[in-house]
Design a protein around this ligand. Structure first.
Ligand code: BGC
Length: 741
């Protein structure tokens, strides 16, 4: 009997022994799930056939890649991103799958997150959205987006983190870390130079290396080198003649070379155009090449992806080896073991109370009080009749705008939020004011709202004006929306002006009330020709599921506003350097960024243009005093020492509040043109009335350097540097200088 058993065991062992290349090893790869990831990667790679390797580097459906079923290597599931978890679509099509359990919490858009200037908010955001992604069994979250706000016309600015590379870098890192703490990869997008939408598939961007390294790359670099992002998405546009999804300089030289990125480069959906370039120039995972996968292919359209059969055939014909393929497979396996096959990942959660609270807290911290004459806000405690005017007070904003469109569990509109907050205390009436875009359907998700109103613009204004005359406080809620040519992927805005006849409505209201608050729901700057006629202006952004509750708590004074602008509001389009020289926008073919490093406030300050509202601007219901700027040394060594600057902030008003203290650095005498100043530090501090605190910033040589185009690296020049402490880029409070030897 024993002999029989050992003979049997020997037979089993023989079958399990390594097989030849033609007969692959069939053991599942997860024999030791606790082994270090790199060992698991090499183990899996060594067992995969050529066809399995080819299969794992391209999609099998709209949002998934197949893994290697024979070896038990899991599928990888992606989801948009970046403000909530996208509803399920069909296997092969963009159409809704019509599930009934895929509603999510909408977090505020990333412009709002950036406006919090609060790194803890970014981390909380990442953790919360990561939990929802995890619960929905997604492995890769397609976000966050960190393309720089170059022009207010870019339709997708609302999905990004503003105009300043330092602010975006500081905010993206905790977001990425938060998401990934859930065993879900962040996919930082759109790398790189996706600064316009209309012609994003064709535009060929060129710019100086200085602008590339100083303005457009830092947030991506921080996401990779400090946030350890596990994946990155190539953008649609070209850079210097080659598509970004397979651009050697961007992907091989910079991302994988200079920054040591060990994750996977994922194409934007349909961003791949060449097998040969994809093989050699650093793309790892191809998605979305044909929109309707099975419909358009003869058999399985995914086989015709650039990195599918065409790649396999090139290998079989001996035109290319498998070195590049193995590198791609390693990266996809690493991504899989970090996410789908990560044994330590938590289980996630969906639409929890904690998630609603996160959404509300971030919205509250991101709301920016732009103007507040005569302490018009908060709304007087004895106000009995509040009038809300405007379509954006009622229109659902989580539906529309492109791939970030959501199906939400709920969305509290500004009107609903105000009515709930003031219930039993004041009457909150509503007048439509204007009719903008009544669409209530995006990609099969319907809002269920019927916003049609046949009355003439004149009649709507008359009604609002009439009601305003007897109101204690009038709140106009307008701005942009998520329809084409507004804040919307795939299209750009046509001008800086407010759409529809909103300016007329605001002017008519301003003429009959002295308590007018204008609230903007938008992710972009708008021109405000009536600015001197209104008492208050509030930037609400697209604040997600909790927008209305957050707004009510800020307008009522329950929450003291503490957000500041992550980009400059100009008075007219030409105020922005990108438009100053009359450059054509949007541009279908080649564009050279003549504005160079002078993006955002750097451009306004270079040309001495007074913005409507400066970068970093945001008011509070209390006041703050800045004093005692001290530097640790008057002289430091270039590349060796570190400088510290400390400053005291005091809450001089009578309410608790939060202030965002900003540190800028200037290099007044340099051998190259340098911005008048650049943000290199910020801190958000909370203070009780009368309370003071000291904030200490560390200034490293990196903060003083510029990108030297000739030497191809960062360089600090000797001489005087100025440390500027401001409440915004335009509100400088204290200055000191020191010398670099
Ligand atoms: C967008 C990406 C998005 C992808 C998948 C593309 O059109 O540019 O941001 O993640 O679609 O929906």
């Amino acid at each position: 009997m024993n002999r029989l058993l050992s003979a049997l065991a020997a037979a089993i062992l023989l079958t399990a022994a390594p097989l030849s290349a033609q007969q692959p090893d069939n053991r599942p790869v997860y024999l030791d799930p606790d082994a270090p990831i790199e060992e698991r990667v090499e183990d899996a790679l060594s067992r995969m056939t050529l066809r399995e390797k080819i299969a794992i580097i391209h999609a099998q459906s709209k949002f998934s890649a197949p893994g290697a079923p024979r070896l038990g290597i899991a599928e990888l599931w992606c989801t948009d991103g970046p403000h909530g978890i996208r509803p399920e679509v069909m296997w092969d099509e963009w159409d809704q799958a019509r599930w009934t359990n895929d509603s999510c919490i909408a977090y505020p858009a990333l412009t709002c997150l950036a406006a919090t200037w609060n790194r803890d908010c970014a981390q909380l955001y990442g953790i919360s959205i990561g939990e929802e992604a995890r619960y929905r069994e997604k492995d890769v979250l397609l976000g966050p987006g960190v393309n720089i706000y170059r022009t207010p016309l870019c339709g997708r600015n609302f999905e990004y983190m503003g105009e300043d590379p330092y602010l975006a870098s500081e905010m993206v890192v905790p977001y990425v870390q938060g998401v990934q703490s859930q065993g879900v990869a962040a996919c930082v997008k759109h790398y790189a130079l996706n600064n316009e939408e209309q012609h994003r598939h064709t535009v060929d961007v060129d710019l100086s290396d200085r602008a590339l390294y100083e303005i457009y790359l830092p947030a991506f670099k921080a996401a990779v080198t400090e946030g350890d992002a596990w994946s990155i998405m190539g953008s649609y546009n070209k850079y210097r003649g080659t598509y970004a999804c397979h651009n050697h300089r961007l992907l091989i030289d910079i991302l994988k070379g200079e920054w040591g990125f060990d994750g996977a480069v994922i194409s934007d959906w349909g961003g791949v155009h060449s097998t040969e370039e994809a093989i050699h120039n650093g793309l790892d995972l191809e998605f979305g090449t044909w929109t309707d996968g099975l419909r358009e292919g003869a058999s399985n359209a995914y086989d015709t992806y650039y990195m599918a059969a065409p790649y396999l055939e090139m290998i079989e014909r001996g035109e290319v080896g498998t070195e590049e393929l193995d590198d791609k497979v390693r990266r996809v396996l690493r991504l899989t073991f970090r996410t789908a096959m990560n044994n330590d990942k938590p289980y996630g959660a969906m639409c929890s109370e904690a998630h609603s609270e996160t959404a509300r807290t971030i919205a509250e911290e991101g709301i920016v009080l732009l103007k507040n004459e005569r302490d018009n806000l908060p709304i007087a405690a004895d106000a009995k009749r509040i009038l809300v005017v405007g379509e954006n007070a009622i229109k659902m904003m989580t539906v529309g705008g492109g791939s970030s469109s959501l199906k939400v569990k709920y969305e509290c509109s500004p009107l609903d939020g105000l009515r709930a907050y003031y219930a039993g205390r004041a009457e909150v009436a509503f007048a439509r004011g204007y009719v903008g875009d009544v669409t209530g359907n995006y990609n099969g998700v319907v809002t269920g709202q019927d916003l049609r109103d046949k009355r003439s613009p004149k009649r709507l204004i008359e009604e609002a004006v009439e009601m305003a005359q007897s109101a204690d406080h009038v709140i106009f809620v307008g701005g942009l929306n998520k329809s084409d040519n507004q804040d919307c992927e795939g299209t750009d805005r046509k001008g800086l002006e407010l759409p529809y006849n909103q300016n007329d409505v605001i002017e008519a209201l301003a003429a009959v009330t002295d308590n007018l608050t204008v609230v903007f729901v938008s992710g972009n700057a708008v021109a405000m020709p009536w600015i001197d006629e209104v008492e208050s202006v509030v930037q609400l952004w697209y604040s997600g599921s909790e927008a209305g509750n957050a707004l009510a708590r800020v307008l009522s004074g329950e929450v003291n506003p503490s957000g500041k602008l992550p980009f400059t509001f100009g008075r007219k389009l030409d105020d922005y350097m990108a438009h100053a020289n009359g450059a054509k926008f949007p541009n279908p073919k080649k564009v050279f960024y003549h504005d160079d490093i002078f993006v955002g406030y750097r451009g306004f300050e270079e040309r001495d243009i007074e913005p409507l509202f400066a970068f970093g601007h945001g008011l509070s219901y209390t006041t703050f005093e800045y004093s005692d700027l001290k530097l640790t040394s008057r002289e430091i060594e270039a590349n060796a020492s570190v400088q510290q600057a400390s400053v005291t902030i005091t809450n001089t008003g009578n309410r608790p509040g939060k202030e965002i203290v900003q540190l800028y650095v200037a290099d007044p005498e340099a051998s190259v043109a340098r911005p008048k100043k650049e943000l290199k530090g910020f801190a958000k501090v909370e203070l009780q009335p009368g309370e003071s605190t000291t904030v200490t910033f560390t200034i490293t040589p990196e903060h003083l350097a510029f990108y030297d185009e000739i030497k191809g690296g960062w360089h600090v020049e000797a001489g005087e540097f100025r440390v500027i402490i401001g409440a915004s880029a335009a509100d400088v409070r204290l200055e000191e200088s020191f010398v670099v030897k």
